[in-house]
Ligand binder design. Structure first.
Ligand code: GDP
Length: 363
């Protein structure tokens, strides 16, 4: 694991001079990035692999940019970072708002850094574009981790579509790994499509639940319970302990009803209290058990490859859709065709076919 983040011998033009003086990570503040309108892709790459947080952040900003030239530069950096082989574990964390995700990530992240790991915390939150319900927007939610030099918290990237946000997060994972972060935590809210997206970019998917589950799944869609590698019942403390224990029994039963996973991993149910920091070590031990099994049986590598293929298709789908809706002929003729449709002159299928023909002709 590359943990070196500074090199005091470097000359003034070196990438490491873009290092924040106060900290090598954590919440980025109180430092000024040297004014440089366009740092080259090579320069940013060199800085990233040295663990330079300022340059890492700048590269992530390029990844998140909607400008084509930024995207092109970002793509160059990400491609180089991909060649930089690292050994990392990517963990997705989901659960309904209020279940204790940020409290858990704070406790878990601190625990992991104390073991010598470098932890990056990212988020996929399609609602972040409008800030409402946005996760990680308020970094005071993870105060200690935010000030921890071995941790890097990247606030939620805004984006117009889930596909776009997810793609940015995936590229950000690659950059963080090249920068020496060996544990990547990807948070998402347990209320929508984003769980599937996060599940398709992590090695291990963890669902946080509240005590007292009953058999109603606490607003979490059944599908999410099914894709989880573990259910961790948080708030197993004080008066909530008996309810937490009951929930464990119920979820264990639920998990056994699902078909076996391709990974050969039998999902587990654990109890923890993020507030009291109990049960956190057991979660990490369980993830290590998972890693051992899936690395030995080959699933770990196979899964990462099939995830890349999944995202190839998702990205093509997304790009095609954008190209179609932005096509000038399609845009121009849309109202006329929609009008014909609303007057029952043509069917929806025919309307779509006509628009597709215009698109194909033009492209
Ligand atoms: P999030 O919306 O899922 O990120 O949830 P938060 O981490 O913001 O936690 C929501 C509330 O639950 C806060 O008031 C926390 O203090 C509380 N909380 C989080 N973890 C625990 C825990 O383990 N035990 C108890 N009793 N409360 C907790």
């Amino acid at each position: 694991m590359k943990n070196k983040t500074t090199n005091k011998q470097d000359k003034s033009h070196h990438a490491d001079n873009y290092m924040p003086k106060s900290s090598t990570g954590g919440i980025l503040k109180n430092y000024i990035v040297k004014k440089s309108p366009a740092l080259s892709a090579d320069f940013l790459y060199e800085g990233i692999i040295r663990g330079n947080i300022t340059l890492l952040s700048q590269a992530i900003t390029l990844v998140e940019s909607n400008q084509k030239k930024h995207k092109a530069k970002a793509s160059k950096i990400v491609t180089r970072c991909l060649q930089h082989k690292t050994s990392s574990v990517r963990i997705g964390i989901t659960g309904v708002p209020g279940v204790g995700k940020s409290t858990f990530i704070e406790a878990f992240g601190m625990y992991l850094t104390e073991l010598g790991n470098k932890v990056a915390v990212l988020a996929v939150d399609p609602s972040s574009g409008v800030r409402k319900g946005s996760i990680l927007a308020d970094k005071t939610r993870m105060e200690h981790l935010g000030n921890n030099p071995r941790a890097y918290i990247r606030p939620t990237a805004a984006g117009s579509s889930l596909g776009g946000v997810a793609n940015n997060t995936r590229e950000t994972i690659t950059l963080c790994e090249a920068a020496g972060f060996n544990i990547i935590l990807v948070e998402t809210v347990g209320v929508g499509q984003s769980e599937t997206a996060v599940h398709a970019m992590v090695d291990f998917f963890l669902l946080l639940q509240l005590p007292g589950a009953g058999d109603e799944l606490q607003g979490i869609k059944r599908g999410i319970t099914e894709i989880a590698d573990a259910i961790v019942i948080n708030k197993a403390d004080g008066d909530l302990m008996p309810k937490a224990k009951l929930a464990k029994v119920i979820f264990n039963r639920v998990l056994h009803l699902y078909p076996p996973k391709q990974s050969d991993w039998q999902p587990k149910v654990l109890l923890c209290s993020a507030l009291e920091k109990s049960g956190i070590g057991a979660v990490w031990k369980m993830i290590n058990d998972f890693l051992k099994i899936t690395k030995e049986n080959g699933y770990f590598d196979k899964n990462r490859i099939s995830q890349n293929k999944y995202w190839l298709k998702e990205t093509v789908d997304e790009e095609l859709k954008t190209a179609f809706y932005e096509n000038p002929e399609v845009k121009k003729n849309w109202p006329v065709i929609a009008d014909a449709l609303s007057k029952n002159k043509i069917t929806s299928y025919e309307a779509a076919r006509q628009l597709m023909q215009l698109y194909e002709k033009k492209s």
